[in-house]
Design a protein around this ligand. Sequence first.
Ligand SMILES: *Cc1c(COP(=O)(O)O)cnc(C)c1O
Length: 362
Amino acid sequence: MGRVFNFSAGPAALPVSVLERARDEMVDYQNSGMSVMEMSHRSKEYMAIIAKAEALVRKLMGIPKNYHVLFQQGGATMQFTTVPMNLISDPSTQSADYINTGSWSKKAIKEAKKQFANVRVAATSEEVNFSRIPTQDELKLNPESTYVHMTTNNTIFGTEFHYTPDTGSVPLVADMSSNILSRKLDVSRFGIIYAGAQKNLGPSGVTLVVVRDDLVGRNDGLPLMADYKAQAEKESMLNTPPTYAIYILGLVLEWMESKGGVEAMEKINIRKAAKLYSAIDASGFYGCPTQVESRSRMNIPFTLKDDGLNAAFLEQAKGAGLVTLKGHRSVGGMRASIYNAMPEEGVDALISFMQDFERKNG
Ligand SMILES: *Cc1c(COP(=O)(O)O)cnc(C)c1O
């Protein structure tokens, strides 16, 4: 079987050229006589790999000097816990605001509540099944809160913030797992950014955490692995980091840079998403559950006029080399995840297939 267009929400498609390069370097990495997987994480070769990955993260995201870049384990999910652990020193008096825009926000809220009581929901769009993003005016922010937490892109519901909330002097913490490096961003507006790698950065197993200096070292006695300060001091090498995942992440970032960086990615992403949404909106057969101004460029849910056709759609799509289009159960229908690594031809192929399917079944 040849390569398919894989619309998986995560782990998601990687650029073919990255996979091919990893294949070429798999057994003997640059004349070291061994695979990156077999290398000591303290070796000269590996130190160069992780340093390059960090340098590329900094360059592509435009990260100011007063931020640490950490490669962590435990996924974005671990950060739901690590963030409050590091930022909340007195659980009886401190509070934090959470913007609830979907399943991942809810999970972040649930985990935070295990750490401290005063988790406030500053806004939610649950009453419309998370089909839209609250506007700045709708955010009921508490200026006394320790931080504000948001999910920049809602992987399951297919919505995305197209603005960065103004939180005044309260640090903004963002789960960017599913849209990191897909659009230009002013990192200085954020206190902490975190993202599981397996959507837009590389394979699963590594989580990128970008944290501002002053948010590190607020609490003593944290579990070592959850302590940003300890992690920053040892440059993510407190223990064995996920070496191979970081290596692949570095290759993905090199690919991104060669394509023109975030600006180029964003342009293509806007075009890919616009095409697919127009095709959906132009048909009477497909529908999109999200409100226009809140639509995600990364995850595009859509429904068929008749749910009874879903199985046939998925099967025939698969036959056409278009896979993993089944929607999440909380939304239903289909979902096309079109991260940076999804080529525009993949989106074109999906649109042609959809039009063809409509002609036969509409
Ligand atoms: C996938 C995802 C997560 C969970 O990531 P893990 O790395 O599996 O823990 C969290 N938040 C968002 C927005 C996601 O898309």
